[in-house]
Design a protein around this ligand. Structure first.
Ligand SMILES: Cc1cc2nc3c(=O)[nH]c(=O)nc-3n(C[C@H](O)[C@H](O)[C@H](O)COP(=O)(O)OP(=O)(O)OC[C@H]3O[C@@H](n4cnc5c(N)ncnc54)[C@H](O)[C@@H]3O)c2cc1C
Length: 405
């Protein structure tokens, strides 16, 4: 059934995107876990050229920047389709995290010089980028306690610090680094975002961190990095000094819609596999797995949870389009934890229905679960979003807990 949120231009666009994903990407993903990464990169470079030729490149961008000028609500629906190829979809269409967030940030807040140097090659797909905020020594859930500093010396910032979980740093051309520039300011006005090219001698790549025993490469990696007397021109600052947290929020609002829609696409995939297995796995002679009520419960609950999640996300995207992310930040928090839990629940049920096979690489389920488990942690852990939402709700009832602290 057609989405109530599908606009006229989406009705034209979505079938094209879906056809490309189904014909060009989904068959490729079957060998994702066994094909060497470099080979995958080469194959996808060709697919990216095809996407450009079809006029489907950078769909998320305004028309002035070569995109289609889709609203967030429209792009969310594209993102869901791309996630039917969860490993390659977003990357092939040049709208993968963290590049998509960095693109929006630089496009809206950086100087023309910075745009020329970093944004344009990013939009053309010639380079990749990363976002470097989290530090091992301090709780990422409270980023006002960052230890990385950027001290101004003449026309340069000198950056020193230790970061980890800088996703996609391996092979990236630059990092957007969050560092303290104004230590005496109020906690939320201390940090700034500064662009650091990764060929800078002060940018010291330490390693890609193994996650659940798997060490990713390229855009599918999470790096530990040291910044050692790393000197960059002050013109590499994004926005103003002390604006880091504000920019982080600007970056995260739409970013959470992208992620949530990606999870919905993944949940649909897991759901489809679950139903196929339930309908075809013979339990006893002539009795299929799907005839058991436990399994029917998995199916019915998953269907409703995916649909509810989609409606919640599209409502939030629609509202961001109308009034901006800040005005609906509780809705953004709500979808972040609700959809992250939903996709893991559906993946888990689908694994369960597949039995032992669900834990192997015979299906994508185990690998997807492993990849997406972080959803409940990054971009704000569940507990942080729930707390923030509850504090705002209680404030509207007259209990201002933040003020009491
Ligand atoms: C796969 C992955 C990719 C990532 N990519 C990036 C990236 O590209 N760039 C980047 O800068 N960072 C990235 N991160 C880091 C991520 O943003 C942090 O892990 C996250 O902010 C949590 O910080 P922390 O790990 O220091 O956990 P902590 O802040 O130490 O929190 C640990 C746990 O404490 C609990 N908790 C925290 N606050 C509260 C509270 N107020 N009330 C109750 N419980 C609470 C939560 O359960 C939380 O999971 C990534 C992380 C992962 C797992």
């Amino acid at each position: 059934m057609e989405s109530v949120f599908a606009t006229e231009r989406l009705k034209e666009l979505l079938p094209k995107v879906k056809a490309f994903v189904e014909e060009e990407l989904i068959p490729l993903e079957k060998e994702h876990t066994t094909r060497p990464f470099k080979q995958t990169e080469k194959i996808l470079a060709e697919k990216r050229e095809k996407v450009k030729a079809l006029g489907l490149w950078n769909l998320h961008l305004p028309k002035a920047e070569g995109g289609q000028g889709l609203t967030l609500c429209e792009f969310g629906q594209v993102s869901e389709i791309l996630s039917l190829a969860p490993y390659y979809g977003q990357y092939t269409f040049n709208c993968q995290a963290p590049d998509i967030g960095n693109t929006e940030l630089i496009s809206r807040f950086a100087s023309e010089k910075i745009k020329e140097q970093f944004l344009h090659p990013l939009l053309e797909g010639k380079i990749r980028s990363c976002f470097s905020m989290t530090e091992p020594e301090f709780a990422g859930s409270n980023p006002t306690r960052l230890a990385t500093t950027a001290v101004r010396e003449g026309d340069e910032y000198v950056i020193n610090g230790h970061k980890w979980f800088t996703s996609s740093a391996d092979g990236a051309a630059f990092a957007v680094v969050m560092a303290v520039t104004n230590p005496e300011a109020k906690p939320h006005e201390r940090a700034s975002m500064i662009i650091v090219p990764t060929d800078n001698p002060g940018f010291r790549f330490v390693r890609n961190i193994p996650i659940f025993g798997e060490t990713g490469e390229g855009w599918a990696s999470h790096a530990e990095i040291n910044y050692v007397n790393c000197r960059v021109p002050v013109t590499n600052l994004i926005g103003q000094e002390g604006m880091g947290f504000r920019l982080a929020q600007e970056r995260l609002g739409p970013g959470r819609i992208h992620h949530c829609m990606r999870w919905i696409g993944i949940a649909e995939k897991a759901f489809d596999l679950m139903c196929q297995r339930a309908a075809t796995r013979e339990l006893e002679e002539g009795v299929m797995l799907g005839e058991k009520q436990f399994i029917q419960g998995f199916i019915a609950e998953s269907r409703v949870e995916i649909d509810a999640a989609r409606l919640l996300v599209l409502r939030t995207a629609y509202n961001i389009d109308q009034v901006g992310a800040k005005a609906v930040r509780d809705q953004v928090s709500g979808i972040k934890f609700y959809v992250a839990n939903m996709v893991l629940k559906v993946l888990d049920r689908s694994i369960q229905v597949h039995g032992g096979m669900g834990l192997t690489d015979e299906t994508m389920l185990a690998n997807l679960y492993q990849h997406e488990r972080g959803a409940r942690i990054w971009d704000g852990a569940d507990e942080v979003h729930k707390q923030s939402m509850a504090l705002n709700i209680l404030k509207s009832y007259g209990l201002d807990i933040r003020k009491k602290r």
